[in-house]
Design a protein around this ligand. Structure first.
Ligand code: NAP
Length: 362
């Protein structure tokens, strides 16, 4: 493995072409041929020899992260430039926030989703149900943020081959968005977390309930919006609700520097436990929108989730979680956000103020 300086992208007279120069040990060692913006030929350097390397990034994205050193690794007998983070679930709530933090920090970040944004040269198609998309998504990255298949009670069969592939590709850090709450009837999620922890550089973030569930289109938020009411089977039980922006900040701390010391497991929560009745009071006090709490049974809760379009098995498991909350089993708060980011997690009151528009009547 060698360290070489970041590339310099030099424009040519043609707006859609560029040449890339690499310098090593203080001098220019090679210049690429002019090429199309979606395929840059850059030289890779090994043992004093220069070999062309086909990169799938555009000159603009190379220029954007020209600043840090790049690693050259041996992969499949060839030299590849490996640096950057693949963010699965990159179009979702946590992933989107993470992409923003990583890009602001100058880290090359590949956004993975089923419908990649054509305007983003670093967006790539990735579908858990289509393993042919997994290799290309991993190619050329050395870190991964993993959002497992959503609304699934059995994610392991889809994630396991991806973990094997990530190991073979030499991924140095893999951070999985897991859950502090173990869904009943979903033992494979526990097994999946264990497999991630056993992965080289594997870290599990066990996140508590998301404050963003109070934003549409989550069914909890839809009901507040339409009826001014939270329907819950959790009674006065409390949960350490966390803002996804704080999960993203914690994940970024682990992904920006894959060499930094890290544990393999973090419980990610907000600053304190909060019940649904307390949440309703805070929303009312901060926004003026009166929000009531209607106590319902677990069965009614499951029916509500099913009606919102969740798969029946998942809806039932999620409703059963409310029992654990009611009985105080999920009332846990940790210090990981402070530990990872150097600042305390956001309070629910701050979250509500930041999204006050959500509770305005139309
Ligand atoms: N909500 C909570 O309270 C809570 C608490 C703890 C943990 N979690 C965990 O957090 C995760 C969800 O995170 P989030 O809320 O940030 O995400 P989200 O906003 O629900 O978005 C889901 C993401 O997953 C992607 N996705 C969906 N189906 C996919 C597929 N078949 N293949 C590849 N990607 C797919 C979506 O991308 P495209 O649609 O663009 O493909 C999107 O980026 C879940 O695993 C959940 O268990 C949630």
């Amino acid at each position: 493995m060698k360290e070489v300086a970041a590339p310099t992208v030099r424009p040519t007279d043609h707006t859609d072409t560029a040449v890339v120069e690499w310098t090593a040990i203080g001098r220019t060692v090679a210049t690429s041929r002019p090429c199309r913006p979606d395929h840059i030929v850059v030289p890779a350097v090994r043992d004093g020899l220069i070999a062309p390397y086909r990169d799938d990034r555009s000159p603009l994205s190379v220029a954007a992260d020209a600043g840090g050193a790049h690693r050259i690794d041996r992969l499949d007998g060839k030299e590849h430039l490996m640096s950057g983070v693949l963010v699965t679930g990159g179009t979702g709530k946590t992933g989107k926030a993470l992409v923003q933090v990583l890009r602001n920090a100058g880290v090359r970040t590949r956004v993975a989703g089923r419908n990649p944004d054509a305007a983003d040269p670093d967006a790539i198609r990735f579908d858990w149900n289509d393993p042919t998309t997994h290799g290309p998504a991993l190619d050329g990255t050395d870190r991964v943020f993993l959002v497992p298949p959503v609304e699934s009670v059995d994610p392991l069969p889809l994630v396991e081959p991806f973990l094997r592939r990530a190991r073979r590709a030499g991924i140095r850090r893999l951070v999985m968005l897991g859950s502090a709450i173990v869904l009943p009837n979903a033992p494979s999620a526990v097994e999946m977390a264990a497999r991630v922890r056993a992965q080289p550089g594997g870290v599990v973030l066990r996140a508590s309930g998301f404050m963003q569930n109070f934003l549409r289109p989550h069914p909890l938020a839809e009901h507040i919006h339409r009826h001014g009411e939270i329907r819950t089977a959790a009674g006065d039980g409390r949960l350490g609700w966390v803002d996804v922006r704080d999960i993203a900040a914690g994940a970024a701390a682990l992904l920006v520097d894959p060499g930094a010391d890290a544990r393999s497991d973090y419980l990610i929560t907000g600053p304190c436990g909060m019940s649904y009745p307390q949440a309703a009071q805070i929303i009312t006090a901060r926004t003026g929108r009166e929000v009531r709490v209607k106590r319902i049974t677990e069965k009614e809760q499951a029916a509500l989730y099913r009606a919102s379009g969740m798969p029946p098995e998942f809806a039932d498991a999620l409703a059963a979680v409310e029992r654990g909350i009611k009985e105080g089993r999920e009332d846990r708060v940790g210090t990981a956000v402070l530990e990872l980011t150097g600042r305390p997690p956001r309070t629910f009151a701050e979250f509500v103020s930041d999204h006050a528009y959500e509770w305005a009547r139309e």
